[in-house]
Design a protein around this ligand. Structure first.
Ligand code: COA
Length: 156
């Protein structure tokens, strides 16, 4: 799943473990949560079959995912998913639950899990979204000196 836009690749090196606040718990996403993911992801419109793609991969357990749920309300408040090109993405934390370390735990836990299955773990960050870079760096990612441009082949 490549974007036809400029992106900065960040590769995982080391990380510092942080845990969730007491009212939150984490686990793999279920298929019933796919709609929440696709509805909030800013770039969902680039991928017409995104819903079916995520659903299938979650059902078949072919790609890793992680969600964070608030125990008292049962609400899913954040998530991150592995994509078929090996990158991690779609990181999202509900605005009411930000600044509590949930994003950090999502990045760290999913990165660690995927790193047991792949040689390298990386994320792509769109050029208009520079804010999360510091967050990724704090989690142990390091910016690749080669900045990459994804270009997609479109059959004529
Ligand atoms: C980025 C995001 C997942 C962080 O979640 P979070 O649970 O607040 O993360 P944490 O509490 O672990 O860390 C918060 C830190 O992330 C930083 N941050 C990074 N990107 C941010 C963003 N888009 N909005 C707010 N804070 C952001 C904050 O400045 C904060 O740093 P500080 O502790 O130095 O003040 C969340 O802000 C979000 O969902 N943003 C919108 C979607 C997005 O940008 N996703 C990343 C795509 S690559």
């Amino acid at each position: 799943m490549c974007h036809s836009c400029f992106s900065v690749s960040i590769i995982l090196l080391i990380y510092f473990q942080r845990s969730l606040p007491g009212d939150y718990t984490s686990g793999p996403l279920g298929v019933d949560k796919v709609e929440s993911v696709t509805k909030t992801w800013e770039y969902a419109s680039f991928f017409p079959n995104l819903d079916a793609y995520i659903r299938e991969n979650i059902q078949n357990k072919t790609l890793s995912s992680l969600g964070v749920r608030q125990k008292t309300t049962g609400q899913l408040v954040g998530w991150m998913l592995e994509r078929e090109d090996g990158s991690l993405g779609m990181l999202h934390v509900h605005p009411d639950h930000r600044g509590k370390g949930i994003g950090t735990v999502l990045i760290q836990k999913l990165s660690e899990e995927v790193l047991t299955q792949r040689e390298a773990v990386y994320v792509d960050i769109e050029p208009g979204n520079r804010k999360p870079i510091k967050l990724y760096e704090r989690c142990g990612y390091e910016i690749d000196s080669a900045q990459l441009t994804w270009i997609n082949y479109k059959p004529q």
